[in-house]
Write a protein that binds this ligand. Structure first.
Ligand code: MN
Length: 480
């Protein structure tokens, strides 16, 4: 608990700097957590009537670093990036609100007892510096929310959109609910009506997918005898006597009666218990779900309310570089902004499914601890991670191995890696492995233990793979 206190104390110190700023330049990452974080910072500045601008960054490369450094007359507020490169910004008037592994986990303490980080002009709010687990207990959006909340109580209503960022980074997946610092944000959100917590099946697509597809595609963890088997899903619904078709159209999970949903959930839980699944695996299927009611937003029935689906919408905005659309959604705009976001999502789904078909046709290439595919220039580089994530949960991947995806990106090669909770428990730290492997071929990389990315020079893929394979073998010390 002390670490929580120190963290919120630091947020308060940073809030003073925010209040005193004459201009704020926000930089943030382009995924759901990044867009959500950016919107929290943006709303905070706007409400203080401080002139503010926001820039979305795919990565913190040299060009981005120069751009950030050019904002000398502003208080720069970095979200969801920066902690790994703090030494690039020495002397800048800057806030870094991030949850990726910092360059140095412990601030270097100098003789007079103050830390190097405290001494520098950079305000650095990152869970890792306070002994808090940054990959599961706090996202960038909830980190920035702590600053926003310390700026003004009025900003409590930003908690809903902050929760979308945390869910977008899958921080609720390990325990089937948000924990740690995220939980404190959730409490604010529930208090102000921005989020409703519902215990339910945690399937993806409860608002949009036909229910048999929803059951068929629930693969993390798999429901014995249902996942990957559309006919089995139909049989189960029939056997339970559930009417899932109305006017010739299949219902979604949300369309179904509560009692019918309960029937399906208890059937699945029994099935999983009888198959000897772990309590933690069962929890990840049946747990908390988060319904977002942004108090700032007008009601629009096309807007997905489920936090996961909201996050997916933001991710589509980011992947196709419609950052402004994502930002406006987070600020509570609907109408034509929502039209744009929904059509981006539809286009994205088409892109992903055709890419998955391609990889399945070509097959994954197997190494000892990893398996990989290369999309070359056939998809936007921003969807390689999604493809890797989906394959990781499919029957086409070999279990117990990391998936690596490549695609060409602006003259270089973008790499995305995905592991599993099980591999992380066995010692996998993809963030570290990918950083080292990328550096060994002159590239850059990093991220989280379960998901990480890199950029390397074209032609270096094989060398990179050999190095990564060796590093991952070394990490997986614990037996399966
Ligand atoms: Mn993040």
């Amino acid at each position: 608990m002390d670490s929580h206190r120190e963290f919120t104390d630091e947020a308060r110190r940073i809030a003073r700097a925010v209040r005193g700023a004459s201009r704020i330049s926000i930089f943030t990452h382009i995924d759901a957590d990044g867009i959500s974080s950016g919107s929290v910072a943006y709303a905070t500045a706007t409400r203080l009537s401080i002139p503010v601008e926001i820039t979305f960054l795919k990565k913190l490369d040299d060009a981005a670093t120069e751009l950030i450094k050019s904002k000398k007359d502003s208080l720069v507020w970095l979200n969801d990036l920066g902690s790994g490169y703090i030494s690039r910004f020495t002397g800048m008037d800057m806030i870094i609100a991030d949850h990726h592994e910092p360059e140095s986990v412990n601030p270097v303490v100098v003789e007079n007892g103050t830390s190097r980080l405290a001494e520098s002009s950079i305000y650095h709010l990152n869970a890792h510096l306070f002994g808090i687990e940054g990959s599961t207990e706090i996202s960038s959006s909830t980190t920035s929310y702590f600053i926003a909340r310390a700026v003004s109580d009025r900003n409590a209503d930003l908690s809903g959109v902050a929760i979308v960022g945390a869910v977008g980074d899958l921080q609720d997946s390990r325990h089937g609910k948000l924990t740690g610092m995220n939980r404190l944000v959730l409490e604010d959100a529930v208090k102000c009506g921005a989020v409703e917590v519902i215990r339910d099946a945690r399937f993806y697509g409860r608002e949009t997918r036909p229910v048999t597809r929803l059951l068929e595609f629930s693969v993390d963890p798999p429901i014995p005898g249902i996942s990957g088997d559309h006919a089995a899903a139909l049989r189960v619904l029939d056997a339970l006597g559930i009417e899932f078709v109305k006017d010739g159209k299949e219902k979604t999970w949300f369309d179904m009666r509560h009692s019918d949903r309960q029937k399906i959930v208890s059937f699945m839980v029994q099935k999983m218990i009888s198959e000897g699944l772990h309590a933690s695996e069962i929890n990840s299927i049946v747990g908390e779900t988060y319904i977002i009611h942004d108090p700032r937003a007008p009601h629009d029935e096309r807007m997905p309310e489920d936090a996961k689906e909201f996050a997916t919408l933001l991710n589509s905005c980011g992947r196709y570089a419609k950052y402004d659309t994502g930002l406006k959604l987070c600020l509570g705009e609907r109408g034509t902004v929502l039209d744009d976001a929904l059509s981006l999502l539809e286009g994205h789904r088409k892109n992903v499914s055709s890419a998955i078909r391609m990889v399945k046709q070509e097959g994954l290439t197997q190494l000892t601890s990893i398996q990989y595919f290369h999309m070359q220039d056939r998809v936007p580089d921003t969807i390689v991670g999604t493809i890797a994530g989906i394959l990781m949960k499919s029957k086409d991947a070999e279990p117990g191995k990391v998936i690596v995806g490549f695609a060409f990106s602006e003259g270089k090669v973008k790499v995305s890696c995905r592991g599993s909770n099980e591999l992380v428990q066995r010692g996998l730290n993809l963030s570290e492995a990918i950083r080292k492997a990328a550096e060994s071929v002159g590239g850059v990389g990093g991220g989280h233990s379960i998901a990480a990315g890199a950029t390397v020079d074209a032609g270096k893929e094989d060398e990179f793979l050999t190095c990564l394979d060796r590093l991952v073998i070394g990490q997986l010390v614990r037996p399966a």
